[in-house]
Design a protein around this ligand. Structure first.
Ligand code: TPP
Ligand code: MG
Length: 568
């Protein structure tokens, strides 16, 4: 343990505290136990404060990783993540991570360095207009004008993180403001639990009754449980809602795993079928964005109900019959209560609807069994996904980071419990996998982390595999290696044909297994499908960060890629 630097020196004028120590206190008061960072002269006093407050400092090799890890940490813990980066390039490097968290509604605070206020606009080292750059992709972006205000502005930034649907905040601290020591008596240090209120609102109680009415009378309802079910930790409320009302449920994003595979209300393959035939469709915590065809894939004459944490999401791109804004778990709980006792035999009357969907689900599954278990070489991506799904257990968090290979996995891999699925979200950022694995393993070491990478995606943040080794964070990494940016390659080939369509989308044959061993991890390569599972098991048993390099067929493409659904 480092020696204390005596931040509270008793100079004349009373007890003093430095800016970096105020940062650390404010973080601790919010419950932030870990910061993700890459060092720079502008921010070092924050590290000194963290040492005194017992906040873990995880130092990475690229600021994008710090920001993605803070995003991942927030998703896993339900408390905000924190990235601390230096001025200029440290801040711009982190921007992709902030942008990803912004689109994914993930609460984190990024603290960035800045040249001294006394040198404002003089051309100081690494000076940039960070606050302006960050403003459009954060919920709050500000500079700290005085040391006394540091803890206060941090509490403000955290409050803003939880305004509506969560998101990132940014705070810039000039170097002289951070380094200065001020009288403790002149400083406001907001105390834990006393500077922001609960946002668990159910919205308008009349709308709860209205939705209960709709559901009690629905004959063929279905529900889509999206990411915010997890954000609100509304899993139990969602399960109770689905079971009490006897409604088939589809899950996406972090909502996956709300119901376990095999549950009678869990459906995966028949979403389109159900949306086409349902009389009532309840969309929970999922925007009508490209993933939902902007709402156009929902039948015009269906009763569509949208529940969301963000007022701006409800009714966007498609009219709704009823919209509810608030904590989606609290709303589902209130609706269940308002409908129970009024359902009579309505729930049972839905049995034929559930049976119809189940029959269709089974039909679609048996149609693809042969491809899932195909022994052919080169390995079909579906076989790899099938093996990963079989390999996961209750406590395995699955992370997908790649293009086509991850699209394949979306239809095959099913997390066994809530909070065990991570994807970048609607920004579609390649490179989130390793930082998410890092955050996940740090926040909950007892869980297993299984991460599937595209060979392209891995390389965007892959050097932080070394950080996983340095911090002893074992995980099972799998690279679906097709030596190409295949998801994009397909569209190019389809549009321009062989030759012109092969520009800018091919990669070298990289031995990721050897990359892993070079850095002190575990690695193996696989070419035969029957070797996949044993290799995964050896990676698990190694107790090290690992990469299983699986050579997959570069000529196989996911149906979503072939339809280019993401651009429609
Ligand atoms: C940071 C970033 N750059 C570019 C893209 C565009 N993009 C989407 S999928 C994809 C190909 C990904 O290749 P890989 O990870 O190898 O997976 P594959 O499609 O080959 O299975 C690309 C380049 C993106 N989504 N994010
Ligand atoms: Mg690839």
């Amino acid at each position: 343990m480092a020696e204390r630097s005596d931040p509270m020196s008793k100079a004349e004028g009373g007890e003093k505290i430095s800016g970096g120590h105020l940062v650390a206190q404010a973080l601790k008061h919010e419950g932030v136990g870990t910061i993700f960072t890459l060092c720079g002269g502008h921010i070092i006093d924050i590290y000194d404060g963290c040492l005194d407050e017992g906040i873990k400092i995880v130092d990475v090799r690229h600021e994008q990783v710090a920001a993605h890890a803070a995003d991942g940490y927030a998703r896993v813990t339900g408390t905000p993540g924190c990235a601390v980066v230096t001025a200029g390039p440290g801040t711009t490097d982190a921007i992709t991570g902030i942008a990803n968290a912004f689109r994914a509604e993930s609460p984190l605070l990024m603290i960035g360095g800045q040249g001294a206020l006394s040198q404002h606009k003089m051309g100081s080292l690494q000076d940039l207009p960070h606050v302006d750059i960050l403003r459009p992709i954060t919920k709050f972006s500000a500079t700290v004008p005085a040391t006394e205000r540091i803890a206060d502005l941090i509490s403000m930034a955290f409050r803003e993180c939880f305004h509506g649907a969560p998101g990132p905040s940014y705070l810039e601290i000039p170097r002289d403001i951070l380094d200065a020591k001020v009288d403790v008596s002149k400083v406001r240090i907001p105390q834990p639990g006393r500077y922001r209120a609960s946002i668990k609102s159910i919205g308008d109680p009349a709308d709860i009754e209205a939705l209960a009415d709709i559901l009690v009378h629905a004959k063929r309802p279905c529900v889509l449980l999206g990411t915010q079910v997890w954000t609100c930790r509304g899993t139990d409320a969602a399960i109770n809602f689905v079971k009490t009302l006897n409604i088939p449920a589809f899950m996406n994003g972090a909502g996956r795993g709300t119901l376990p595979p095999g549950d009678p209300h869990h459906f995966q393959q028949t979403r389109r079928y159900a949306f086409d035939k349902a009389d009532v469709i309840v969309i929970v915590g999922t925007p009508f964005d490209f993933r939902m065809g902007y709402g156009r894939r929902l039948r015009e004459d269906a009763t569509v109900v949208q529940i969301d944490m963000d007022y701006r999401t409800v009714g966007k791109n498609r009219d709704v019959s009823l919209g509810l804004v608030g904590d989606v778990g609290a709303i589902l709980g209130a609706v269940t209560q308002a409908s129970s006792g009024r359902l009579n035999h309505g729930g049972n009357a839905r049995e034929p609807w559930l049976e119809e969907l189940r029959a269709e689900e089974d039909r679609l599954q048996s149609d693809r069994v042969a491809r899932l278990t195909s022994d052919r070489q080169p390995i079909h991506p579906l076989r790899l996904c099938y093996e990963i799904n079989e390999f996961l257990h209750e406590e395995s968090v699955y992370i997908g980071d790649g293009g086509d290979i991850v699209t394949f996995s979306g239809g095959v891999v099913q997390p066994k419990s809530p909070g065990h699925w991570m994807d970048p979200g609607p920004l579609g950022t390649l490179g989130v996998g390793l930082p998410f694995a890092m955050a996940c393993k740090l926040a909950q070491p007892q869980k297993e982390v299984v991460c599937l990478f595209g060979d392209g995606a891995f390389t965007l943040t892959g050097w932080d595999f070394e950080t996983m080794v340095r911090f002893n964070l074992p995980f099972v990494g799998i690279v679906g290696n097709n030596s190409a940016w295949n998801q994009i390659r397909f569209g190019q080939l389809a549009k321009y044909g062989r030759g012109r369509g092969e520009v800018g989308n091919k990669l070298g044959d990289v031995a990721f297994d050897r990359f892993a061993t070079m850095l002190g991890g575990y690695g193996e390569e696989v070419r035969d499908p029957k070797d996949i599972r044993p290799a995964l098991q050896r990676a698990r048993a190694s107790g090290k960060p690992s990469l299983i390099n699986v050579w997959i067929d570069p000529e196989a493409y996911a149906p979503g890629t072939m339809n280019q659904t993401m651009y429609r």
